[in-house]
Design a protein around this ligand. Structure first.
Ligand code: NAP
Length: 480
């Protein structure tokens, strides 16, 4: 298999960099897979200089948006042409089941296609002012964007940032997570082939602890688009404060899945496993706090456990696998510590809690009940295949429990009562919520968090606003 080997800076692929090399270990085998160059501060300087120069001097930021759209469509076409290679890279690098990896690559291509068209809907206004004249607004690009993304959906998170930033006329420095840089590096190569001008997109692998702060605080960076942990997001916000850089943060979650007794309990139970265990639970939207109305508790939990037992945990490259390994040894140990603590504080492990395969960082999907809703496992983002089930008495208690967390990213509720559905959907403090399904992320609709899950919205038309400023222009006209 051909692994990407180069960073992208100023339109050139770089196989060497001053930060040394990052060795990648395959989560399914625990064996070394390949190495990529690691950017150091000199490459960050070069990348930001190139981005700044390209923003100021190329036609990219000034041509009508539809001219950029053509390039985005070409990127999408190349992603589709290389989809199987990208999916294999993602599956091996992130330990993702190949079916999920194919879905992710396809969604990345779709993201470029969507923004190629959606930019035509980014409209200004004409405003009747009290002054005599003509007033209109424009959306203008912010400038140099640092896009920093995590390891759980490496390709898709990169596309969610890069596509709307490029189509609105910015230049971008993309920094993938050190654990999963491969598909982002490949995206850089494909973008170059598609005709994204030199300097408009750079891709730098490199440790966040060494180049992350530098990239964020650098005077050339005007905006930071970040997806990752809440604590990293808070640090970025502080670093950005002095220069008042624009910041959008898509952070952690601890999302509720609320099941009312009048719901289709069998459907809710059948859907619950993949709402939390998909991507081995390493999903910011994971519905890991499962709240169930008391009369339906027993039936729901039996169905949830049975459906979880039927999940196929296995090699990411096996077409039948639904759940792969965790991303790293350290991440699995972290999750196991939560399970041990839950066990020691009176939690019952209804299924899972063990390592199902000898090799690879696998961890069985785990369901726990009997915990107080303030237990750490019920409050903190575990970011692994662990769900806590908690009973509730009535609607008011369901809302209280759902909101009793510092996070506010996603959630679901299941009921046949339409009015209750509308009432609870409004009352739950999350940026996205789904009713009678766990599916709440769509390319066309805004996605992002309340509270410590961040601010700013990826996806939909909203994302283009993150990468543009509103400019108001008033032209004096003597009408009389
Ligand atoms: P993370 O540790 O915060 O890392 C995210 C990115 O930030 C990586 O590229 C990382 O680089 C970089 N980084 C680390 N320290 C930095 C610093 N001081 N300055 C600038 N960049 C820095 O998060 P993660 O563990 O990769 O991802 C898991 C988290 O992402 C979870 O909390 C999950 O909920 C969240 N997430 C949120 C969403 C959403 O849309 N809300 C979507 C997906 C994931 P290195 O890899 O080199 O450290």
């Amino acid at each position: 298999m051909q692994f990407p080997k180069a960073l992208l800076i100023d339109g050139k692929l770089r196989a060497e960099a001053t930060g040394g090399r990052i060795q990648l270990i395959e989560p399914a085998t625990e064996q070394p897979m390949c190495e990529v160059p690691a950017a150091g501060k000199p490459e960050v300087d070069e990348a930001l200089e190139a981005a700044s120069r390209a923003f100021a001097t190329t036609r990219w930021a000034r041509v009508p948006a539809p001219q950029r759209s053509g390039v985005l469509l070409k990127v999408a076409t190349l992603i589709r042409e290389h989809a199987e290679h990208l999916a294999q890279l993602e599956a091996r690098n992130a330990g993702k089941p190949i079916g999920d990896a194919r879905w992710e690559i396809n969604a990345g291509a779709r993201c470029f296609e969507y923004y190629a068209g959606a930019v035509s809907a980014l409209l200004g206004e004409t405003i009747p002012t009290s002054g005599e004249g003509f007033d209109y607004t424009l959306r203008v690009p912010v400038g140099v964007v640092a896009a920093i993304v995590p390891w759980n959906f490496p390709f898709l998170m990169a596309c969610w940032k890069v596509a709307p930033a490029l189509v609105t006329g910015n230049s971008v420095v993309l920094k993938p997570a050190s654990l999963t840089p491969l598909t982002a590096l490949e995206l850089g190569r494909l973008a170059l082939e598609a005709g994204v001008p030199a300097g408009i997109l750079q891709v730098l692998a490199g440790p966040g602890s060494e180049i992350g702060d530098y990239l964020v605080a650098h005077p050339r960076t005007r905006k930071i688009a970040f997806t990752g942990e809440t604590s990293t997001g808070a640090r970025i916000m502080k670093l950005a404060a002095d220069d008042l850089k624009r910041v959008s943060l898509e952070l952690g979650g601890k999302s509720p899945n609320i099941i009312f007794a009048d719901a289709d309990i069998d459907a809710a139970a059948a859907a619950a496993p993949m709402s939390v265990f998909a991507n081995t639970g390493q999903d910011c939207c994971a519905r890991s706090r499962v709240l169930v109305e008391a009369p339906a508790y027993k039936r729901f939990v039996e169905g949830f456990v049975a459906a979880t037992r039927a999940l196929v945990v296995g090699d990411p490259l096996d077409e039948k696998s639904q759940i792969g390994p965790m991303i790293s040894k350290g991440q699995r140990e972290r999750v196991e510590a939560y399970i041990d603590e839950a066990r020691n504080s009176g939690g019952r492990i209804l299924i899972g809690g063990d390592r199902p395969r000898a090799k690879g960082w696998y961890l069985a999907p785990t369901i726990i009940d009997g915990l107080d809703s303030h237990a750490r496992a019920c409050q903190e983002e575990i970011f692994g295949p662990v769900a806590c089930v908690i009973p509730f008495r009535d609607e008011a208690e369901a809302i209280r429990l759902a909101n009793d967390t510092v996070y506010g990213l996603a959630g679901s509720l299941w009921t046949r009562d339409l009015e209750r559905g509308l009432r609870v959907a409004r009352a739950v403090e999350t940026g996205v919520l789904s009713v009678n399904t766990n599916s709440s992320v769509y390319q066309e609709a805004p996605f992002g968090g309340f509270k410590r899950s961040g601010f700013g919205r990826d996806l939909g038309l909203d994302a283009m606003r993150l990468y543009t400023e509103t400019k108001n222009v008033f032209i004096r006209v003597r009408y009389t």
